[in-house]
Write a protein that binds this ligand. Structure first.
Ligand code: KG4
Ligand code: ZN
Length: 337
């Protein structure tokens, strides 16, 4: 049976719509919100308003790209959480209305689950897909987790951050350096011309497979405060080395725990997912580990790392096949379930 799923993502500051035929991408359209740049972070009220402006044009464009009509869609999948409530409500309200108007099933999606299942999206360039079981390091602006993935719907949380997420560590470090939001991609860019060993930042001593990043932020803050006392242009003069060293520290903290998880479970198929998986330092560290330790690594294409609706639609497809549908009384949630 040919199943077409419309996916909607609106959990934070990206409004995205995708149409998939089974797992295959027909359209994936995202509108980024530039409005938050000057505020050093996402402003929830502004994000919600921008979603309301973007959602109809983004969906219209997805239908045009896919060359399909609304009547060709078999189900609508939407992000129901975690995320910002005002943002989630825009996607949820649209999805409910669409499902009611077309009398098609409504499928609710957990955003973090979708980041992991993004590895099963098919496009013209797809080659390998992970086999179960595999490990997935899911690193985004709000989450940092190591998941043991036994099946599409059978996952075990092995490790989690006890404070900030890896993306937050990138963004906060960037903010301390005076870079605009979101700082992660800028740190990545500046790091390309820097020395990762120029500055040393401490690694946290956290037991098991858990993470902590709040100490790193504080140590960068104090380190730069002292340097700025001596030279007020210190950051500007050293921004490449600082970025490279910060990136190297975050990537090493992530990789240490991922290696530990692989050793403890004996699993050698290792994936990364979420916005921070777009980071070139992390991608290179994964490829190096593949050579060194015989891992088989899975790194998503850039467009499926950061928030996108293709991952929502592919997760929707797997739920559709199980008949796992939501009632229209369902409401979004802000925290991880
Ligand atoms: O998954 P995502 O798009 O949204 C959330 O679900 O949070 O992740 C956004 C996070 C932000 O913190 C952003 O700075 C970070 O991913 N990010 C990066 C890069 N691209 C996005 N961090 C480091 N290097 C990158 N290239
Ligand atoms: Zn995300």
């Amino acid at each position: 049976m040919s199943v077409n799923i419309l996916g909607i993502e609106s959990s934070c500051d990206d409004t995205s719509a995708a149409i998939l035929n089974k797992r295959k991408i027909l359209a994936n359209v995202t509108a980024n919100q530039q409005i938050h740049k000057d505020f050093g972070g996402v402003v929830p009220e502004l994000a919600s308003r921008a979603h309301q402006q973007n959602i109809i044009p983004v969906i219209d464009k997805a239908f045009k790209d896919a060359k399909l009509n609304k009547s060709d869609i078999h189900a609508i999948a939407f992000t129901n959480g975690p995320g910002l409530l005002g943002s989630l409500l825009v996607g949820a309200s649209f999805a409910k209305s669409f499902s009611l108007a077309l009398n098609i099933p409504l499928i609710e999606i957990n955003h973090m689950h979708a980041h992991i299942l993004a590895h099963f999206i098919e496009d013209d360039t797809s080659k390998d897909f992970p086999e179960f079981p595999f490990l997935c390091l899911t690193v985004s602006g709000g989450h940092t987790q190591i998941m043991l993935v036994r099946d599409y719907f059978d996952m075990q949380l092995l490790g989690n951050t006890i404070d900030d997420a890896a993306g937050e560590a990138f963004d906060k470090a960037a903010k301390i350096m005076g870079l605009p939001y979101p700082g992660g991609p800028l740190v990545d860019k500046l790091a390309k011309d820097g020395n990762p060993y120029a500055h040393k930042f401490p690694h946290p001593k956290i037991p098991n497979l858990d993470f902590s990043f709040s100490g790193l932020k504080t140590s960068i803050l104090y380190y730069l405060r002292d340097k700025l006392k001596i030279d007020e242009n210190y950051i500007e003069k050293n921004k490449n080395d600082l970025s490279a060293s910060i990136q190297h520290t975050i990537v090493e903290i992530l990789m240490e725990k991922l290696r530990k998880a692989a050793n403890e479970t004996g699993i050698k198929q290792v994936a990364i997912a979420g916005g921070v998986s777009a980071n070139s330092g992390l991608r290179n560290a994964m490829l190096a580990e593949e050579k060194k330790s015989g891992w088989k690594v899975f790194i998503p294409k850039f467009e499926y790392c950061t928030d996108n609706a293709a991952m929502i639609a592919v997760t929707g497809y797997f739920k559709y096949m199980r008949g796992d549908f939501a009632g229209r009384e369902i409401t979004p949630y802000t925290r991880y379930k």
